[in-house]
Every structure is written in structure tokens, then in C-alpha cells.
Design a protein around this ligand. Structure first.
Ligand code: C2E
Ligand code: MG
Ligand code: MG
Ligand code: MG
Length: 294
């Protein structure tokens, strides 16, 4: 919707479009200011093993509070992408995530891999893989400390430079997850071309998994995705799990990991640590990030 406004801006300016363009420009100005003043935050949402509830990871999610107003990522990320601000914001997300992992480790907490979201545009600009690997190295963290989430839209890059970047990250040991799986339009053959280890089933499928009218259930789709993931040796994470029946159904279908309000909403770092991170017991129970260290 916002993209359409941007694309049509040159051709014709109806009053509604002018209003939209003005709104977008003011949002961009505000976002630019928020970035400069370091007013964006990262929240963290737990991912747990479906059956045991053991913490397996967390996703870092951007939050922007403009004064009293909360502006959701679905509103400001597209603005950040179109304006190019996503480059600066994306680098900040990498740096903040790494700094946060170091802070938690300094507190002797066991920190699972933390997933960050990468926009397609971050792959065009310069080498995001070099940036991430360099920052991890400087921090002295193993590459397994973070995970990258990308959507199928990275495949729209005609040069395929994005896939090369993903290969570099993967080869270095950074795990890659395909986000919002099932909502894209590309053919399935890319699943074999992409260096991914994880599929994240989009929350629209989870929402329709356990319904009163079974005819509109997404259960057959989820079952098919599970079978395909299994034959390709991909881990599956279900996102948007809100109810116990959904969790039970996902467990029955063999889904390894769940993420959603049922387990916990995205929380500021302090609250997330308090609620979900436990002390690591050196020698006995090292942080998961250490186990996978090559
Ligand atoms: P996503 O990567 O698919 O993130 C999952 C979204 O689902 C998050 O929305 C999360 O808060 C929401 N969610 C989690 N559990 C539940 C649930 O049980 N029910 C429902 N209804 N929703 C749930 P959020 O935080 O609003 O982020 C929206 C999107 O914005 C993300 O979707 C991602 O595409 C983008 N985004 C967020 N942070 C970043 C970032 O740092 N960089 C980039 N490039 N994109 C980001
Ligand atoms: Mg994500
Ligand atoms: Mg998603
Ligand atoms: Mg998304």
C-alpha cells in the first residue's frame, strides 16, 4: 500500500496520494531523527522446543516509541527500506545484538542463538556478511551466537548477490532462517539453492491451524510443509503460536520449535533475561552458543 504510493508518486498526484506522500515524508523525517537520537530499541522474543519448553533461541525485534506513540515495524521498516535508512538501522541492530549478548554473558547467563531480521536492501548496499562476521570476531563471539532471518524476497535480487552473501554467512557458521515461509510467490526449487537451515512457518498458517470449522484449517498445509522440511533436513519454527491447542497440534505434526505470545511477547532485554535466561554453569552446562562453536 505504502509502496504503491511511492511508485505512483511521479505520475499523478491525487489529493489522497499527496496526503500519503506527506505522511510518509514526515514519518521518514521522524525516523531519521529517532535514529540520530538513538531512540530505537531491540526487544527479544523467546523460541522454545515445542515439547519441553526449553529455550532454544530468541528473535531480536525493533521497537520505536515516538513519545507516547508506538509505531509498529510493519509501518516504519518499509519507510526505512525505501529511504535507505535501513542500512544504518540494520547495522545498529547487529551491533546492539552483539553488545547485548556480551552483556548477558558477562552476567553469566546462558545465551541461546539470537536471530536478527535482514532486509533485502541490506544485501545490495555493501557486504553485510563482512560486517556481521567482522563484528562477531571483534566481540570474540562464535558465529553460532547469531542467526539471520530473511524472507523469500531476497530472491528478487537479479544479480543473486544476496544469495552469495547468504552463502558466505552460512559457510562461516551463521545459521540462516527463511522467514514468513508460505507467503511468498517463488517456486520451491529455491529451497535447495538457498543455504538455509530453518523454515519459519508464517503465523497466518498457525492462526488457522485449529479452527471450529475444520474445512478451513491450514493443517494440511502445515503437514505438507513439515514433510518437505523433514526430507530437506530443515528445522521448522512455528511463529505466532498463541494457544495451547495450536502448540499441541504443532507437537503432533513434529514441529521442533515454537515462538509466539503463548510462550512470551517480545520484551526489553532486561525483562527478557529475567524471565527466560538462566545462569550458565561453567563446565556442566555451557551456553548453547559455545556448544556449536567450531
Ligand atoms: P517477523 O520477522 O516475521 O517477526 C515476527 C512478528 O510476529 C513480530 O512482529 C512479532 O512481534 C510477531 N509475533 C510474535 N508472536 C506472535 C503471536 O503469537 N501473535 C501475533 N499476532 N504476532 C506475533 P513485529 O515485532 O511487529 O515485527 C514485524 C516485522 O517487522 C517482522 O516480522 C520483520 O519482518 C520486521 N522487523 C522487525 N524488526 C526488524 C529488524 O530489526 N530488521 C528488519 N529488517 N526487519 C524487522
Ligand atoms: Mg523474523
Ligand atoms: Mg515472520
Ligand atoms: Mg515479516
Amino acid at each position: 500500500e505504502a509502496k504503491a504510493a511511492g511508485g505512483n508518486a511521479i505520475r499523478s498526484h491525487t489529493p489522497v496520494m499527496n496526503e500519503r506522500i506527506t505522511f510518509r515524508m514526515s514519518l521518514e523525517t521522524k525516523l531519521r531523527r529517532a535514529v540520530a537520537k538513538n531512540q530505537l530499541q531491540l526487544y527479544f522474543q523467546p523460541q522454545v522446543a515445542t515439547a519441553s519448553g526449553r529455550l532454544t533461541g530468541a528473535e531480536a525485534l525493533l521497537r520505536w516509541h515516538d513519545g507516547e506513540k508506538f509505531i509498529p515495524p510493519d509501518h516504519f521498516i518499509p519507510v526505512a527500506e525505501d529511504s535507505g535508512l535501513i542500512i544504518q538501522i540494520g547495522e545498529w541492530v547487529v551491533e546492539r545484538t552483539i553488545a547485548q549478548i556480551l552483556e548477558w554473558r558477562a552476567l553469566n547467563l546462558a545465551v541461546p542463538p539470537i536471530a536478527i531480521n535482514l532486509s533485502p536492501r541490506q544485501f545490495w548496499h555493501s557486504s553485510i556478511s563482512t560486517f556481521i562476521l567482522e563484528r562477531l570476531r571483534q566481540a570474540g563471539l562464535p558465529t553460532s551466537a547469531i542467526k539471520a532471518e530473511v524472507t523469500e524476497s531476497v530472491l528478487l535480487d537479479a544479480e543473486n548477490a544476496s544469495i552469495e552473501e547468504l552463502r558466505r554467512l552460512h559457510a562461516a557458521g551463521v545459521m540462516i532462517a527463511l522467514d514468513d515461509f508460505g507467503t511468498g510467490y517463488s517456486s520451491l526449487s529455491y529451497l535447495q539453492r538457498l543455504p538455509i537451515g530453518t523454515l519459519k512457518i508464517d503465523k497466518s498458517f498457525i492462526k488457522d491451524l485449529v479452527l471450529d470449522e475444520p474445512t478451513s484449517s491450514s493443517e494440511p498445509m502445515v503437514r505438507a510443509i513439515m514433510a518437505m522440511a523433514k526430507s530437506l533436513s530443515l528445522e521448522v519454527v512455528a511463529e505466532g503460536v498463541e494457544t495451547q491447542p495450536q502448540r499441541r497440534e504443532l507437537e503432533a505434526l513434529g514441529c521442533d520449535v515454537i515462538q509466539g505470545y503463548l510462550i512470551g511477547r517480545p520484551l526489553p532485554a532486561g525483562e527478557f533475561a529475567e524471565k527466560f535466561l538462566s545462569r550458565s554453569r561453567p563446565g556442566k552446562d555451557p551456553a548453547p552458543a559455545d556448544i556449536a562453536c567450531p
